[in-house]
Ligand binder design. Structure first.
Ligand SMILES: Nc1ncnc2c1ncn2[C@@H]1O[C@H](COP(=O)(O)OP(=O)(O)OP(=O)(O)O)[C@@H](O)[C@H]1O
Ligand SMILES: [Mg+2]
Length: 239
């Protein structure tokens, strides 16, 4: 089946998402029919109370968790139907992710982290070097290329994570509390960087955040509650 033409303008589209965590005999329904679409080149922000399912949604959109129900379309194509290896490849090429924690490989230095997905993708060494140099310059860390990850400040580490996520020129960048542990000034720099990336490369961005300053930078603001995405300003908030 070919995807309807309306999908062309959406970088990611997901609907009917259910995700149930099972731990011993405890079940947590983290997503209950969530739907979301991320238009190409748009900056969407997602807010919502702690435990409402935001990180779970990011994991499912990025293919790190399999939903118990529903589907995720990447540029109109259903990833959940692809074999595991093919899915991993698509994910690596089309989706950049910055998670709430543990984004960087502690045994690789700064340049090694930025190069990682390109190397996994089998890109030629010269191409990898050029892209890494370009990205490190862009995030202001050229002088730190050989620095071990454990010796970076929080803001520097976050900039490395952004450079690493952007290395393969993904269509979409999914970020979870990207400014979470940064002071206001450093957070502002990280947000400027995201805005710059979007302007230059047309990357669609999702920022999951508790910070209203982050949400303000976005074109669209969505909210999540009890495992469902609620469109902001749609008047669904009564009661
Ligand atoms: N690995 C897991 N195993 C079991 N339950 C989990 C797991 N991860 C999350 N949960 C539960 O699923 C629900 C949604 O969690 P999630 O991390 O998606 O929330 P969140 O909106 O990102 O919250 P926060 O704003 O605090 O980051 C919560 O009730 C949480 O306790
Ligand atoms: Mg979270």
């Amino acid at each position: 089946m070919s995807a309807p033409a309306t999908h062309a303008a959406l970088a990611i589209e997901a609907d009917g998402l259910y995700l149930i965590y099972r731990e011993r005999d405890v079940e947590t329904v983290a997503l209950r029919g969530a739907e979301i679409s991320l238009p190409e080149g748009a900056w969407t922000s997602l807010m919502g109370p702690s435990g409402s399912g935001k990180s779970t949604l990011i994991h499912v959109l990025g293919g790190l968790l399999d939903p118990s129900g529903g589907r995720v379309l990447i540029r109109g194509e259903d990833l959940t139907r692809l074999p595991q290896a093919e899915r991993a490849l698509r994910r690596r090429r089309h989706i950049g992710m910055i998670l709430q924690r543990d984004n960087l490989h502690p045994l690789l230095d700064v340049a090694g982290n930025v190069a990682l997905t390109l190397r996994l993708d089998g890109r030629p060494a010269a191409q990898v070097r050029a892209r890494v140099a370009e990205l490190l310059a862009r995030v202001g860390l050229s002088a730190h290329a050989r620095q071990p990850i454990g010796k970076l400040s929080g803001g520097e580490a976050q900039r490395v994570a952004i450079a690493a996520a952007l290395a393969p020129r993904p269509d979409v960048l999914l970020t979870d509390e990207v400014t979470g542990e940064l002071d206001e000034e450093t957070a502002g720099e990280v947000l400027d960087l995201l805005a710059d990336v979007r302007a230059r490369e047309g990357t669609a961005i999702l920022t999951v955040t508790h910070n209203p300053l982050v949400a303000e930078r976005a074109d669209r603001m969505l909210r999540m509650r009890d495992g469902i995405v609620i469109e902001a300003g749609r008047g669904t908030d009564s009661g």
